[in-house]
Design a binder for this molecule. Structure first.
Ligand code: CAA
Length: 705
């Protein structure tokens, strides 16, 4: 069997090369190979110096995450590194690409470190709910100090080569051929009589309790709801409180324990789900993405402007079209204002703003789109208007140009039929603010061509978004599942729960914002208009989306009018009770004969909101609207503020058991409107079999392959 670890010895210098595409993730084979290489070199007196480097696009991007959670074949990386670090010859580790997690831990066991000038080094484990487990928590503080080490673990972001040098994490930044640089560096060390320099022999100055508290507070804000930062602090503390060997043992217990937490399982699930979304059955390499260099956007409102910014941020030209010069100027001024706000926050420079604004041009003529490779329509939700726009785009755009709509509710099959190129039409559903939100729903019609779908995924990656495929249906994946979720939240308000009670239960569960606060932020009128435009998507139950109607009737549209589910002081987003609204909602409940209750618990809020959302998710899977349960989880965690540490609604359902979800749905079905609480057939089937969404998806993938 070929090994990913090889040794070449030349002029007394052994070069260990790790070659395991795509990212040299530290698998069992690499661990075995590195151990064997270390044992061989330990007794080879002809070898005077050792270099370790990686082939391919990057140094090791960490432990092989796919091994976590199951049996991890020996040897353990931490033990391999003890042997590696003990080598009698000086070891130079040469880094390039993205050295992450276990990769940096390998480098820390070397005696000297050099890095290509484009290299990045970091510990992203906190984003996976893991504490580094290959002695990083003991070696890094010894090398760069406890505070800098703890910051790197808690932050999770990688630092560039120059910064790594300033921190003392690497000794030298190099350019050109890395292998040559590493061998030359080793020769220089030998010539200067330098030998091994082991990090484990260094001492750590303790970090003050006050500073620890400050870093803890910051980490709690950055990683809400997760325990990993606390565990990181515990492990790093051992670096000065305990001798190296004992610190190593403590880190082992903490790191292994972190792997077993539900939050780590959830975040690792998302790591792979976010990479799997781009795999679309039936689309192969032969469906090469079309070249997209120039974008057209119809509508320069909030959405159109945000979309233009998303493209300009990635260096792509965007032409914004609006009906008249005044509207255009307003749109462009808003774009500039948003960029200026980023400058104020120190996120970009004034020069960056000019460069990005130069990529966005305005026009009032569709003829300006004749060279566009892709046009995205982002006007308000009106089928007649959209059909007209698409017919016009079909006329002016060159053959092969892709025509997309940002609609969130309308039937894109009908929009495509307004053109003579339905194969080139699809939905690109951005989320507001479009320049910030990571999610992009890619909506395929009955006729969208494979290469158009492939182009959309490639483009999503280019503009640093996560594309998730959906079929056409009312609300696609995200908004369709939000429908029952919001329905129940509004009903509970009629039944006597306060908006704060509903939202705090949801936020306590891990939603970034309670749904009623979301309505206030987006505008209560937005939901009301969507419902009015889609009367066939209602319910015979008079309580259905009734709370929104009550507020809308009073002109209480949320934050923009200072009143909605909550009351707001001018210029503030802080929520205050809106007594008038509560009174009116109570009167409405009485009119509708809704029994008022004072016993709505946080548990009831969660069951009614989250279980009904999961039930809709099961239908979406069964209908093939979403390809996999993981795709739904990605939609919810990247676009709807569902806590990553819960893994998304479908993963959460699997964790609590589908029988629990079904029992909840049946319970509320008996108590309330049975039509709204009809369990999805797939949920009933899987619950009866004692199965899960994950197992169902795996079985389907297996039978398809
Ligand atoms: N383990 C297993 N597979 C990995 C991996 C890892 N650490 N890192 C990347 N991959 C896989 C991806 O799943 C993907 O596989 P498919 O092609 O089959 O989908 C492939 O490698 C390429 O990855 P990306 O699509 O993400 O490629 P990219 O160029 O956009 O990004 C990267 C490359 C920056 C390295 C990114 O993959 C990444 O951030 N990886 C995770 C790094 C990480 O979290 N490391 C810490 C691991 S935990 C640890 O190390 C604990 C410890 O203490 C021992």
């Amino acid at each position: 069997m070929s090994t990913p670890v090889s040794i070449q010895i030349e002029d007394g210098i052994a070069v260990i090369t790790i070659d395991s595409p795509p990212v040299n993730a530290i698998s069992a084979a690499i661990r075995r190979g590195l151990l064997a290489a270390s044992e061989q070199l330990a007794t080879d007196t002809s070898v005077k110096g050792v270099v370790l480097l990686c082939a391919g696009r990057t140094f090791m991007a960490g432990a092989d995450i796919s091994e976590f959670g199951g049996f991890m074949p020996p040897p353990e990386l931490r033990n391999v590194l003890t042997v590696f670090e003990s080598l009698p010859q000086p070891i130079v580790v040469a880094l390039h690409g993205t050295a992450l997690g276990g990769g940096v831990e390998v480098a820390l066991a070397g005696h000297y470190r050099i890095a290509d000038k484009g290299a990045k080094l970091g510990f992203p484990e906190v984003t996976l709910g893991i504490v580094p487990g290959a002695v990083g928590t003991q070696r890094l503080p010894r090398l760069i100090g406890a505070e800098n080490a703890l910051k790197m673990f808690l932050d999770g972001k990688a630092v560039g080569a120059e910064e790594a040098k300033a921190l003392g994490l690497i000794d030298e930044v190099v350019e050109g051929d890395l292998r040559t640089a590493a061998v030359d560096y080793t020769k220089k060390l030998l010539a200067a009589g330098k030998g091994p320099r082991r990090v484990r022999d260094l001492q750590v100055a303790p970090l003050s309790e006050e500073r620890i508290s400050e870093l803890r507070a910051q980490a709690r804000k950055q990683h809400k709801g997760v325990i990993t930062p606390e565990l990181d602090i515990l492990a790093v503390r051992a670096s000065w409180e305990l001798p190296f060997e004992q610190g190593l043992a403590l880190e082992r217990a903490i790191s292994d324990g972190s792997l077993a937490t539900p939050e780590s399982k959830a975040m690792r699930h998302l790591f792979f789900a976010e990479r799997e979304v781009a795999e679309v059955p039936g689309i192969s390499k032969a469906d090469a993405p079309r070249d997209v260099k120039r974008i057209g956007i119809i509508g320069s409102g909030t959405m159109g402007g945000g979309i233009a910014m998303a493209f300009a941020n990635a260096g792509i030209h965007a032409t914004l079209i609006d009906i008249d010069q005044a509207a255009l100027e307003r749109g462009l001024a808003t774009v500039r204002k948003n960029y200026d706000a980023s400058v104020k926050r120190g996120r970009m420079t004034a020069a960056d703003v000019e460069q990005r604004m130069s990529l966005i041009v305005g026009s009032t003529s569709y003829d300006s789109l004749k060279d566009a490779d892709l046009v995205i329509e982002a006007v308000f939700e009106d089928m007649g208007l959209k059909k007209k726009i698409f017919a016009e785009l079909d006329r002016v755009c060159k053959p092969g140009a892709i025509l997309a709509t940002n609609t969130s509710t309308l039937d894109i099959n009908l929009i495509a039929a307004a053109t003579k190129r339905p194969q080139d039409v699809l939905g690109l559903h951005f989320f507001s603010p479009a320049n910030v939100m990571r999610l992009l729903e890619i909506v395929r019609t009955d006729t969208t061509a494979n290469d158009v779908v492939a182009t959309a995924f490639a483009l999503a990656k280019k503009i640093r978004k996560i594309g998730v495929l959906s079929k056409v249906c009312f609300g696609f994946i995200g908004n369709r599942m939000m429908d029952p979720y919001a329905r129940e939240a509004q009903r509970m308000v009629l039944e006597g729960a306060t908006p704060a009670q509903v939202d705090s239960a949801l936020e306590g569960f891990g939603m970034a914002m309670g749904i009623l606060a979301v309505f206030d932020m987006a505008g209560v009128d937005v939901g009301v208009k969507v419902r009015a435009a889609n009367p066939d998507k209602g319910s015979p139950d008079p309580t259905f989306y009734r709370a929104d109607q009550v507020l809308y009737g009073q002109g209480w549209l949320g934050q923009k009018s200072g009143k909605g589910y909550y009351k707001y002081e001018a210029g503030s987003r802080e929520r205050h009770p809106h007594e008038e609204a509560l009174k009116l909602l109570a009167e409405e409940a009485q009119k509708l004969g809704v029994a008022r209750r004072s016993d709505i618990s946080a548990q009831e809020v969660l069951e009614r909101c989250i279980y009904s959302m999961i039930n809709e998710g099961a239908r979406i899977l069964e209908e093939g609207v979403a390809l996999r349960p993981g795709d739904i989880d990605v939609v919810y965690t990247s676009g709807y503020g569902f806590a990553r540490w819960r893994g998304g609604p479908m993963f959460y359902a699997d964790q609590i058991g589908l029988d629990t979800v079904l029992a909840g749905i049946q319970k509320y079905g008996k108590r309330f409107n049975a039509v709204d609480w009809t369990p999805a057939p797939l949920l009933v089937k899987l619950a009866a079999e004692g199965s899960s969404f994950t197992a169902w998806a795996a079985a389907r993938a297996k039978s398809a392959s």
